[in-house]
Write a protein that binds this ligand. Sequence first.
Ligand SMILES: [Zn+2]
Length: 413
Amino acid sequence: MNTFTIIFLIALIISSSIQFWLAKRHADYVAAHRSAVPDAFKDKVPLAAHQKAADYTLEKVKLGNIDGILGILVLLLLTLGGGINASFDYWTTFFSSPLMAGVAATASIFLLLTVIEIPTSIYQTFVIEEKFGFNKSTVNQFIKDQFMHLGLGAAIGLPLLALILWIMDNVGPFWWLWAWAIIMSFSLLMSWLYPTVIAPLFNKFTPMEDGSLKDRIQGLLTRCGFNSQGIFIMDGSKRSGHGNAYFTGLGNNKRIVFFDNLVNSLEDEELEAVLAHELGHFKCKHVIKMLIATAIMSLISLAILGWLINESWFYTGLGVEQPSHAAALLLFLMVSSSFTFFMQPISAYFQRQFEFEADDFAANNAKASKMISGLVKLYEENANTLTPDPLYSAFHYSHPPAAIRIAHLETKI
Ligand SMILES: [Zn+2]
């Protein structure tokens, strides 16, 4: 225990209290607006669908709260409770190489954190999603997915972790610049490989069939001067009833992906508008801007870590007796969210501005009216609430709340 312990506890208490308070406000707001469809959606969304969205939201908030409490307990047990310290003690006696001991200690904590999340994930999939008719996953599929995630995490994460720890130990005081360059190149490589190498491990991607929809989409791509490696339909219905569309990949490896659910539920013109919105993110340079923001934030984080690894109070304040680079990295990854939490509304605000810009792009390059009808269908079919608490959404939402977003699009018709 030292002053830093107190600072950490205060940050944790304040950030968690705000989280729970916002969640409570959100649940109360959604419950209070459950009895009637908001005016803007009166003739578009049936009352039953609106109430289903409210009930679904309330269940998710409840699970989020339990998950939040569990997260705090685990964080405290691993840091001040001595869990991380014990892991390092154990692996140091096991391996003579500090690098190996560091990798093993860090990896075992990550494994523990992953395993602890499994019950929440089971409840989310087989109780909540099941109850609202969204779950399409089987127990076998679920188990297979968990092993795939773990295997992939180990295959990608362990070599990267070993490389970063080696750099921390061997390249001198500016190791964090090297580590930053490696993490950035690595994440670019992953984004580039994702559509063709990683995503196909989990889902099947079928090129969109020739026909009027494909012609319409090709027309939009040509109009917007957009090159991609093709338009694919993903078998999202294998796991879930939720629908979506996204762009993936970088440079010449970009793909357009529609979930099969989405193609089945939207009209061609609505799909065109949804795709135009996604294109807007590229054309308005949102992808590049987000990448630059991430790069700057990572550099600042690593520079802070570069300073912290030499400060003994950082270790002892968080329950670790023997300083090591691996312990510093792990502690930093675990406790930083309690301090950066307060920046979340800022990044959420910028993301929502990007969504407005992408909607403007969609309205200019497709039909705003079809964007609206497509969005309303998506809100309804995904049981997204139309009435989020304003403060909760300001803090957490990467997309503008339904009513605000639709009102903005209506000015573009
Ligand atoms: Zn968007």
